[in-house]
Design a protein around this ligand. Structure first.
Ligand SMILES: NC(=O)c1ccc[n+]([C@@H]2O[C@H](COP(=O)([O-])OP(=O)(O)OC[C@H]3O[C@@H](n4cnc5c(N)ncnc54)[C@H](O)[C@@H]3O)[C@@H](O)[C@H]2O)c1
Length: 372
């Protein structure tokens, strides 16, 4: 079992633990008891996750004396919206949740994002905890306090920064995750390899890329100790970035490595027939091609990185149904565009990236053309 501490430097400094371990779900109640003063808990989940692990969690919460109510939301990204939010608010009101009570997100990133936003807004904010059950949620979305719902005009447009009291990541639950969902998380894991040094974690003494190269087979076979180590290290890297820049006024943008092109691809696909991991994997390749063409990095590092992505079965291509110009157009309306400038996070040396606001349209389009 590992613990990662997330420290937020705000007006009122704040910290919380992430517990990571194989099989720790059955102790969820005792972990929560230490960090949450609530009597009543509203657990928000979905049918898939709850039917697999719900009873186990409920039993451990009841054993600690919590009163528990369950709300199952319809699953999928298209339900990360105001309707799901309303369902949580309504249930919380009917269940008479008070300020001292708490809402628990139990599921993947969709559940975490919508539940976190509901907790941030119900009674102007009540305690919130995360029990992430996808790899993406364990290494990324449950860490750092971004909570949001989608608007019909765009993804994650309505949200807030709202940190949980505690995160409990049981790596054993990843065994029921479909391979496609595992790979969505792995795309973000690979991203941490490419940005590792820029995250600023002091204790780096070997390369995460080397770890990922060496342990690929163990990772795909869900080796328990390797998975724990992997989730822990990704959480440490993200916690380090969030500690320095909670609200994305600077450094936190590096977490969007691969996402400039990735988001544009998702948008062009209308968020159908491609998942986030596939889009980000293509986007990371695009970032390597731009950096290679600008001589920011040498050809060996470009090739090594592309090989690593391919080894992780991330050899995705863009459909020809839309053009590089369509994609560039899409990038210009992303919410991360500032003062009309498209922001690229590009590699500048192994495991180091920098933020660029001056990539020309020609440079971007030339790289995008290699992604078909
Ligand atoms: N807040 C952040 O910082 C942040 C960061 C990255 C992504 N996100 C958001 O995360 C969302 C994507 O999250 P996701 O990839 O976890 O998708 P998801 O929550 O939709 O989960 C994917 C699927 O896996 C199922 N599932 C979950 N756990 C399972 C398990 N253990 N076994 C079997 N099936 C399981 C779910 O029911 C769902 O069908 C997006 O909305 C994205 O915007 C947020």
């Amino acid at each position: 079992m590992h613990t990662v501490n997330v420290e937020i430097q705000a007006n009122k400094p704040y910290n919380y633990p992430i517990f990571i371990g194989n099989g720790i779900l059955e102790k969820a109640g005792s972990y929560l008891k230490r960090y949450i003063k609530a009597k009543k808990l509203l657990i928000v989940s979905n049918q898939t996750v709850y039917s697999l692990y719900g009873e186990q969690v409920k039993k451990s919460l009841l054993a600690e004396g919590f009163n528990v109510e369950i709300l199952l939301l319809p699953e999928g990204e298209r339900h990360k919206n105001i309707n799901s939010l309303e369902k949580i608010w309504t249930k919380a009101i009917q269940y008479k949740l008070e300020r001292k009570d708490a809402i628990i997100a139990f599921g993947g990133g969709v559940t975490g994002d919508v539940t976190g936003f509901a907790a941030a807004t119900y009674l102007r904010g009540i305690d919130f905890a995360q029990i992430p059950t996808t790899l993406l949620a364990q290494v990324d979305s449950s860490v750092g306090g971004k909570v949001a719902v989608n608007h019909q005009l765009g993804k994650n447009l309505i949200g807030n920064f709202y940190q949980p009291k505690i995160v409990i990541a049981d790596t054993a639950v990843l065994s029921s995750l479909p391979l496609t969902e595992l790979k969505v998380g792995l795309a973000e894991v690979l991203k941490y390899g490419f940005i590792e040094k820029t995250c600023g974690l002091n204790k780096i003494n070997s390369s995460f890329i080397d770890f990922l190269e060496k342990n690929k087979d163990l990772i795909f076979s869900l080796n328990p100790s390797i998975l724990e180590e992997l989730v822990k290290y990704c959480c440490e890297l993200k916690a380090c970035v969030v500690n320095k820049d909670e609200k994305e006024s600077g450094l936190r943008a590096i977490l969007n490595f691969g996402h400039t092109i990735g988001h544009a691809i998702e948008k062009c696909y209308g968020y159908n027939n491609i998942n986030h991991g596939e889009a980000v994997a293509i986007g990371m390749k695009g970032a390597f091609f731009i950096a290679g063409a600008k001589n920011l990095i040498d050809e060996n590092y470009v090739q090594k990185s592309i090989n690593l992505l391919d080894d992780y079965k991330m050899s995705y291509k863009i459909d020809k149904n839309f053009t590089p110009d369509d994609l560039y157009e899409s990038m210009q309306v992303d919410k991360k565009v500032q003062a009309g400038k498209i922001r690229f996070i590009l590699p500048v040396s192994p495991s180091e990236v920098r933020i660029f606001d001056d990539i020309s349209k020609e440079e971007a389009i030339t790289a995008i053309k290699t992604l078909y």
